[in-house]
Design a protein. Sequence first.
Length: 110
Amino acid sequence: MAHPLDIIFAALADPTRRAILSMLLEDDMAVTDVAEPFETSLAAISKHLAVLTAAGLISQEKRGRVKWCKLEPDALREASVWMQAFGQMDAIDLDAFESFLSQQLKEGAQ
């Protein structure tokens, strides 16, 4: 069974999922509205949403015939606490953090 941090960071590793989280910062959105700006199928976006839901980063709720997505900001609390242990106090640049982790994994594999 994966550690919750592993699941959260795996969900955050994808740029599409990070973009979805940014969109949900504004307000709850219907799944079709979430999918609209992306050049991919609704099924692909639904898979991204499933990963975000499994990580606890968003919740989904059916209202009538429409499925809505809501950001769950408290889900990032554990990850934030973990990162602050490294002296990171400013806003986190997730792309730079992903690059850092990728580099560390490459160095560890050698």
